[in-house]
Every structure is written in structure tokens, then in C-alpha cells.
Design a protein around this ligand. Structure first.
Ligand SMILES: [Zn+2]
Length: 113
């Protein structure tokens, strides 16, 4: 079983069913959006490694990549607990303009079981 290396973030991942199987969704506090990844069948409670591919220029995840711990919480539940950035806020994040409102988005944490 693959294990996270020291210093690499481990983030909760949420399964989203679709017609061809599942996607693995991760809340990214840097771009204030849900990253989407392919799901490789990693069981709930175990971890899988991914590149972050984050659009936020100050994203720490692009330096480190991250590990995703697959949770038993469905994405449909997790997404209701999180507010994502608006299009205008996304433009600001790309320009490294981090307002108080964006910082509040970044301070959110999704529920993970
Ligand atoms: Zn991101």
C-alpha cells in the first residue's frame, strides 16, 4: 500500500459518482475550488497520490503535490458545507489579490468521515 511521504499534505477526498464510474474531489483551500481527479479504486480510508494542478499562483500544493485520503463522505454532502470562489474571486486569486472574503473561503474545511 502506498503511503504519504513526510511533509506532503494529506487531504480528504470525496467520491462523486457519474456515468463512467467515480471522480475523486478534493477541496483546495488555495484556489477555493474543488479539484477533480480520476478515481483509481483506492478503498475508503486509504490514500492515493496526485499532482495538484492548482491555478492559484501561491498554492503550496503545486510545490508538494498531495495525497488524498478517500473518505466515506459523499461529495454531494461535502460540497454543501463549502462555499467556492466566484468568477471574480478566481480572477483575484490568479492575480494574488487575497481579500478578506477570499481568506474566509480559504479557512473553510470540509466535513470528512
Ligand atoms: Zn487549487
Amino acid at each position: 500500500m502506498a503511503r504519504p511521504s513526510v511533509g506532503t499534505p494529506v487531504l480528504p477526498g470525496f467520491l462523486e459518482p457519474h456515468a463512467q464510474g467515480h471522480s475523486l474531489r478534493v477541496w483546495c483551500r488555495w484556489c477555493c475550488a474543488w479539484h477533480g481527479h480520476g478515481y483509481d479504486g483506492t478503498p475508503v480510508g486509504e490514500t492515493t497520490h496526485r499532482g495538484a494542478h492548482c491555478y492559484a499562483p501561491d498554492s503550496e500544493y503545486n510545490d508538494t503535490d498531495y495525497w488524498i485520503r478517500v473518505t466515506g463522505t459523499p461529495f454531494s454532502t461535502a460540497r454543501r458545507a463549502i462555499r467556492t470562489a466566484t468568477a471574480a474571486q478566481q480572477r483575484a486569486i490568479r492575480s494574488r489579490r487575497i481579500s478578506g472574503a477570499v481568506q474566509q473561503l480559504r479557512d473553510q474545511a470540509p466535513p470528512a468521515a
